[in-house]
Design a binder for this molecule. Structure first.
Ligand code: PRX
Length: 637
C-alpha cells in the first residue's frame, strides 16, 4: 500500500506547504479523494473565526469506520490491525486482523443498538487499554453515536461531571484493570459516578478480570453475554450509518484555565483526514510497519495515533495495557523486541523516567527493528532527546517532536521523519495547511526570525475543534476572543533564526504534568473541598521527571497535629475529586496569599518562589500585604 499524499523529500514538503497555503481547497480536496465517501462534499471549506464557524467538506457523507475497517478488510483482510500486549507479560498477546476487527465492531455496534443506542447519542467509555476499548469506540462511530472516552485514572466525581455535561445515555466499562501490580476496580468507580448521572440508562460491562462486581438489574449488562446474543442471531455485519461530514464524531474533555473541563468536539470528515494525513506524513508510515504509540486512548494522542490515524491508513497499531516500569523499567524495550516495533511514539516524561534507571534495562534488548521515534505532550529537554537518540534510536532513527493539542485533533508542528531536519527541543516546522503566527500581548503580529511570542494559528486546518460541547460561547471565548481572527493555542513559542518553532510552555494557568494538562483552578477547587482549607493557590514548578510538578499554597484553619497527615488528607481529597494525576507534589501551609488590592492572587510571585527564585520576584508594592511574601519565602519547601 502506498499513500499518494505522502511527502517524499524536503523540496516536496516545501512545495506541498506552499500549495496548501495558496490553494487550500484544491490541496485538501485532492487528499480527501483518497477516502471512502457515500457522497462527495459540496464545499471544501467554509469558515469564520469570529463565531467561530469552521466547516470542512460540508455536504459530504461518509462513515469513518468504513475508512478504518471495511476498505482494509477487503484489500488486506489478514493484516494485523491491532496487536495487543497485556499488562502481565505472561498473559497471551492478541492479534486482531482487519477482517476480525470489522466483525467485532459490527457485532458490538449491534449490541449498542440492542441496548437502545442510536445516532447522535453520547456514549461514555471508561475502559482499560484492551482491544475492546478500540472496538467500543469504532462501534459508536459505526452507528453514529458520539463517544466520550474518559481516561481510566479519573475519579468517580470527574467521570460524573463529564457524563452529566454530555448527558450520556450509555456507559461502556469493564470490571477492572491491571495497572502494574495494582488492580483498579473500574466498575465500582462507575457505580459511584452513576449515583449522580440520571441520564444513563444502560451500562455495558466487559469482563476483563473476573472480579465480582455488583450488577444493577435491568441497567447493567455483560458485554460477553450481549455479544453472544448477536452471534446466536448470526449477525456478522451491519452497514455503517451515513454521517454528514460535520456531524460530531467524539467529545474529549480537557482542562483549561477555569475550574471546569470542557468537552472538545471533533467532527467526522475533517478529523479523519487530519488524523490520517498527519500519521502518514509525520511518521512516514510504510506498509506493514508496526506502530507503537504508548499513550492511553483516554487522551487525544491515543484517539489519533492508536485508533483513527493508523487504522484509517491500514496500519498495524500496537496497544499496550500496562505501564513502562512493570514488571521492570525495560518493558518498552521488551515490547519493541518482541513485536519488532518500527515506530515508537512516547512522551518526554516517560523517556526521563526510563532514563533515570540507567542503561541496564536496555542491555541485551534488540532494538534494531526501530526506524522512527517520536515524542509528544510537552517540550522535550535536550538531555532526554539525546538519551532517546543515542540509546533507543542508536543514532539511526529520526526523532519527530510533535507539537499539538486536544483541540487540534492531530499534529500541527513537527519535523517529518527522515525528511525535514530534526533539532533537539524544537518541534521545527508547520505541516502543510498549518499557518502559525506569533503575536505580542496586544495581538500584534511578530514578524521575522529570532523572535518569541504567543502562538496562534491564522487559518483553519481540517482537524481543528469545532466547538466545546453544549457551550459554543465558551469555545469562542477560550480560543478565538483573545486575538481577533486567530486561534490562540495558550502556548508561548520561539521562532529561531532558521524559522524553526520551539514551544516554550503554557502562558495561561494550565499545568503540564507528565504530559497531561491540568488547570490550576481545577486543582484549587479540589483542594478547597477539604473541610479545613480556607483558600489555596496552585502553581507549577520544574520537576525532573514530570516536567512540571504541582506546588500548592494552602491556608488551613483546621487542627494540625501531624502536618504530614493533614497534607496527605488534602492530597487524597484531590485524588477523589479529580484523580491521582492531579495530586500536589508539595503543599505549603501559609497564613495568607499575595493578593492585589482588587483581590487577585499574584501567581507570578508564587511561581517564582516555587521555582526557587527568591531574590528576583519582581514588584510587590501593589500587594495588599507584602509581608506574606517574606513568610512564604522563609517556609518554602
Ligand atoms: O503546551 C503544549 C503541550 O501540551 C499542550 C496540549 O496538551 P493536550 O491537549 O493534553 O495534548 C497533548 C497531546 C497532544 C500544548 O498546548 N505540548 C504538546 N506537545 C508538545 C507540547 N509542548 C511542547 N512540545 C510538544 N511537542
Amino acid at each position: 500500500m502506498s499513500y499518494p499524499y505522502q511527502i517524499k523529500s524536503v523540496e516536496h514538503y516545501h512545495e506541498q506547504y506552499q500549495k496548501s497555503i495558496n490553494d487550500p481547497a484544491s490541496f485538501w480536496s485532492e487528499i480527501a479523494n483518497n477516502f471512502v465517501w457515500h457522497k462527495k462534499w459540496d464545499q471544501v471549506l467554509n469558515w469564520n473565526f469570529n463565531e467561530p464557524k469552521v466547516e470542512w467538506f460540508a455536504g459530504g457523507k461518509l462513515n469513518i469506520t468504513e475508512n478504518c475497517l471495511d476498505r482494509w478488510a477487503e484489500t488486506q483482510p489478514d493484516v494485523a490491525a491491532i496487536i495487543w500486549e497485556p499488562n502481565e507479560p505472561s498473559e497471551k498477546t492478541r492479534t486482531i486482523t482487519y477482517k476480525d476487527l470489522l466483525l467485532h465492531v459490527c457485532q458490538f455496534a449491534q449490541v449498542l443498538k440492542n441496548n437502545g443506542a442510536k445516532k447522535g447519542d453520547r456514549i461514555c467509555i471508561y475502559m482499560p487499554m484492551i482491544p475492546e476499548l478500540t472496538i467500543a469506540i469504532l462501534a459508536c462511530a459505526r452507528i453514529g453515536a458520539i463517544h466520550s472516552v474518559v481516561f481510566g485514572g479519573f475519579s468517580a466525581q470527574s467521570i460524573s461531571d463529564r457524563i452529566q455535561d454530555a448527558a450520556c445515555n450509555i456507559v461502556i466499562t469493564a470490571d477492572g484493570v491491571y495497572r502494574g501490580n495494582k488492580v483498579i476496580p473500574l466498575k465500582s468507580v462507575i457505580d459511584e459516578a452513576l449515583k449522580t448521572c440520571p441520564s444513563v440508562e444502560k451500562t455495558i460491562v466487559y469482563n476483563r478480570l473476573q472480579l465480582s462486581v455488583s450488577m444493577n438489574d435491568g441497567k447493567d449488562v455483560w458485554w460477553n453475554k450481549e455479544i453472544q446474543k448477536v452471534v446466536d442471531k448470526n449477525i456478522q455485519f451491519i452497514p455503517a450509518e451515513s454521517m454528514d461530514a460535520e456531524d460530531m464524531l467524539f467529545i474529549l474533555y480537557t482542562s483549561g484555565s477555569t475550574g471546569k473541563p470542557k468537552g472538545v468536539v471533533h467532527t467526522c470528515a475533517g478529523y479523519m483526514v487530519w488524523a490520517n494525513y498527519t500519521f502518514v506524513n509525520v511518521f512516514q508510515y510504510q506498509s506493514r510497519q508496526i506502530h507503537f504509540c504508548t499513550a492511553d486512548i483516554g487522551w487525544i494522542t491515543g484517539h489519533s495515533y492508536i485508533v483513527y490515524g493508523p487504522l484509517s491508513a491500514g496500519a498495524t497499531s500496537l496497544m499496550f495495557e500496562g505501564i513502562p516500569t512493570y514488571p521492570d523499567a525495560g518493558r518498552f524495550w521488551s515490547i519493541v523486541e518482541k513485536h519488532n516495533v518500527n515506530i515508537l511514539y512516547t512522551a518526554p516524561t516517560a523517556i526521563r523516567s526510563l532514563m533515570s534507571f540507567g542503561k541496564e534495562p536496555i542491555e541485551g534488548k534488540n532494538l534494531e527493528s526501530l526506524q522512527v521515534l517520536g515524542t509528544v505532550g510537552e517540550p522535550i529537554n535536550e538531555e532526554a532527546w539525546h538519551w532517546y537518540n543515542e540509546n533507543i534510536g542508536n543514532k539511526r532513527c529520526p526523532i519527530v517532536d510533535t507539537w499539538w493539542q486536544t483541540e487540534t485533533g492531530g499534529v500541527l508542528i513537527s519535523n517529518i521523519a527522515g525528511i525535514t531536519n530534526a533539532k533537539p527541543s524544537f518541534a521545527t516546522l508547520p505541516l502543510p495547511g498549518v499557518q502559525p503566527v506569533l503575536v505580542d500581548e496586544q495581538g500584534n503580529n511578530i514578524e521575522g526570525n529570532g523572535v518569541s511570542g504567543n502562538l496562534c494559528i491564522k487559518f483553519p486546518w481540517p482537524g481543528m475543534l469545532r466547538t466545546t460541547y453544549g457551550d459554543h460561547e465558551r469555545c469562542r471565548q477560550t480560543y478565538f476572543s483573545t486575538y481577533k481572527n486567530l486561534y490562540f493555542t495558550g502556548d508561548g513559542c520561539l521562532r529561531d533564526q532558521d524559522g524553526d518553532y520551539r514551544i516554550t510552555g503554557r502562558v495561561d494557568d494550565v499545568l503540564n504534568v507528565s504530559g497531561h494538562r491540568i488547570g490550576t483552578a481545577e486543582v484549587e477547587n479540589a483542594i478547597n473541598m477539604h473541610a479545613g482549607v480556607v483558600e489555596s493557590a496552585v502553581v507549577g514548578y520544574p520537576h525532573d521527571i514530570k516536567g512540571q510538578g504541582i506546588y500548592a499554597y494552602v491556608i488551613f484553619n483546621g487542627e494540625i497535629n501531624e502536618e504530614v497527615e493533614v497534607k496527605s488528607a488534602i492530597a487524597k481529597t484531590v485524588s477523589t475529586v479529580i484523580g491521582a494525576i492531579a495530586k500536589p507534589d508539595k503543599i505549603q501551609f501559609v497564613s495568607g496569599l499575595p493578593k492585589t488590592r482588587s483581590g487577585k492572587i499574584m501567581r507570578r510571585i508564587l511561581r517564582k518562589i516555587a521555582e526557587g527564585e527568591l531574590t528576583n520576584i519582581g514588584d510587590t508594592t501593589t500587594l495588599l500585604d507584602p509581608s506574606v511574601v517574606e513568610e512564604i519565602k522563609k517556609n518554602r519547601l
